[in-house]
Each structure stands twice: as C-alpha cells, then as structure tokens.
Design a protein. Structure first.
Length: 294
C-alpha cells in the first residue's frame, strides 16, 4: 500500500486535527494508512449527517449511498467514493466487517431525526453506534489476539464518546441538540432551556459530574478488560484513552463550565507529551500510563 494510494484519506485525517488521530504516528506505516482510511470514512459520513444546510431527506439519501458503496467495497466490488476505494484493500487485509460500517451509518442516521435522548440507555446506545463500532473496526487493524479485546473496544468507545458529549454541550446546543439524557436533566433540576441558552449553574455542574462519573466507569472497564497479550498492539487505542481521559480531567478542573465560546482542548505540547510517554512506556516496559482520570 503506497502513500499515493491513501492520499485523499491522509488529507482528510490531517485536516481534522482530531484527538483520535494523535496516536496514528505510533503505528507502522501500513496500519497508519489503514487507520487514516478508516477515520476518513467516519469523517465523511459524519459530515453528511451534520450538514444542516441540506434537507434531512437529502442527507438520508446520501448516507444510503455511502452504505451501498461500503457494502460494495466489503463485497469486493468497485466502490465509487474515493475514500472507500482507499479503504477497500484494508477491508480485505484486516477482515473489516460490513455490519460495523452499517452500524456506524445507523448512528449517523440517528442524528438526522433525534435531538434528545430520554434515558442513559438511549444515550449509551447512540454512543455504541458512533464510537464503539469504530473501536471494533480499529482493533481489527491493530490485530488483536484475545476475543475479550472486543469488550475493551466497546467500553473505551463509550468512554471517549461520553467525554465528547460533555465537552461539546455548547456546540450541540447551538444546533438545537441535547445529548445529555432528559431523565438526568430532570433529576438534577436542569431545564432544556438553560442548556440551549448556555446557562451554567451549580445544578448543571452536578449533572455533568454525574455523567463524568459514568464515563470514568467505562474507562475503568476498558482498563480491566484489555487482555495482557493485547496491550502492545492496542498502544494507539490506549493513547486515545489517555488523551480523552486527560480531557475529562481538564473539564473537571473548570467544574464542567463548557458554555464559553472556546471549546476546551488539550494543548499540542500536552498531546506530544502523552505520545512520548506512551511510546517510552511501551518501548521500555510494555505498558503505558493510565488514562489519568483518577
């Protein structure tokens, strides 16, 4: 697999500057291209769902086209989208499942019509579709050994997405969306109007802390279910966990006041430090630092 053959996906990945892509540098060349192609697919279908200037039915039709095209790629046909053409060799090499791609697109379709989630179970189901299935695809590329690694991928995906939801409350509210479950809002005395108006209160802080506690639970489950024999191969996944775990700590340090105009992020030096520590830990002792949430 040459650099040229994955250049569109590489460009999409580099432009995104996503926390998720920080650890790709730790991968061997071919796996780095594979993860860039997978990330580009995820980015493309997510962008279709989020393009609110287009009518819902247009976006639904476009997602259906992506579904059919990735089905073609998985079946060994000739996909029409460049990203899927770049992804296809890795689908074959790493046995990536169409069912997981389909599940991800179903998660994107949820965003076309669902602007509220009633219960924690509802939000968790959404997180599985848009995050955990990406983890399940990723561990195929990382070449896991123990089937228990699938549980690790599911738990870590939910942990990362819960952290995303907490960080992006304002951005989502700007689009009329509230991912925090309504039952939790009522439990803590927070109204939808307060969130949509970017009103930070002690009640919202307590609500966010309760969601963060559940996120920490998923980070803990990920740590507990990562099989020892897969720790080295999951180095990039663990780095993702470290980056988002530190982001959760940063949110906690500002008492979850996420309503300011600037999105809370880790600085570039912080990310570089985490990458170096992960590489050093794996090189010297086969382990990486914890997620930093405790």
């Amino acid at each position: 697999m040459s650099v040229q053959s994955a250049q569109v996906s590489e460009g999409i990945t580099q432009r995104s500057q996503s926390n998720l892509t920080a650890g790709f540098i730790l991968l061997p060349e071919e796996k780095r291209y594979a993860m860039s192609a997978l990330y580009a697919f995820c980015r493309e279908v997510d962008d279709v769902a989020d393009e609110e200037s287009a009518p819902v039915e247009t976006r639904r039709r476009q997602l259906a086209e992506w579904r059919e095209d990735i089905r073609t790629a998985c079946a060994g046909g000739q996909p029409k989208f460049v990203v899927n053409r770049e992804l296809q060799p890795f689908i074959q090499k790493y046995h990536l499942s169409y069912e997981h791609f389909d599940s991800l697109i179903r998660g994107c379709e949820m965003d076309l019509e669902t602007f509220r989630y009633e219960t924690m179970a509802d939000m968790e189901n959404y997180c599985y579709h848009v995050a955990s299935v990406v983890g399940l695809l990723s561990i195929q590329i990382f070449e896991y050994k123990n089937p228990a690694c699938k549980d690790y991928a599911v738990h870590l995906g939910k942990a990362l997405q819960y952290t995303n939801i907490l960080r992006d409350v304002r951005n989502d509210a700007e689009r009329g969306r509230i991912y925090l479950p309504l039952v939790e809002l009522r439990k803590h005395g927070v109204t939808e109007a307060e969130i949509l108006e970017f009103k930070y209160t002690p009640k919202f802080r307590d609500l966010a802390k309760s969601i963060a506690t559940q996120a920490c639970g998923f980070y803990d489950l990920a740590r507990q279910t990562l099989p020892p024999e897969d720790k080295r191969n999951m180095m990039t996944a663990e780095l993702m966990g470290m980056v988002y775990g530190r982001l959760l700590v940063k949110l906690e340090s500002v008492e979850f006041n996420v309503f300011g105009p600037k999105k809370i992020r880790l600085s570039k030096p912080q990310k570089i430090s985490l990458i170096f520590r992960t590489w050093l830990g794996m090189t010297m002792g086969g382990t990486v630092p914890g997620y930093g949430i405790r």
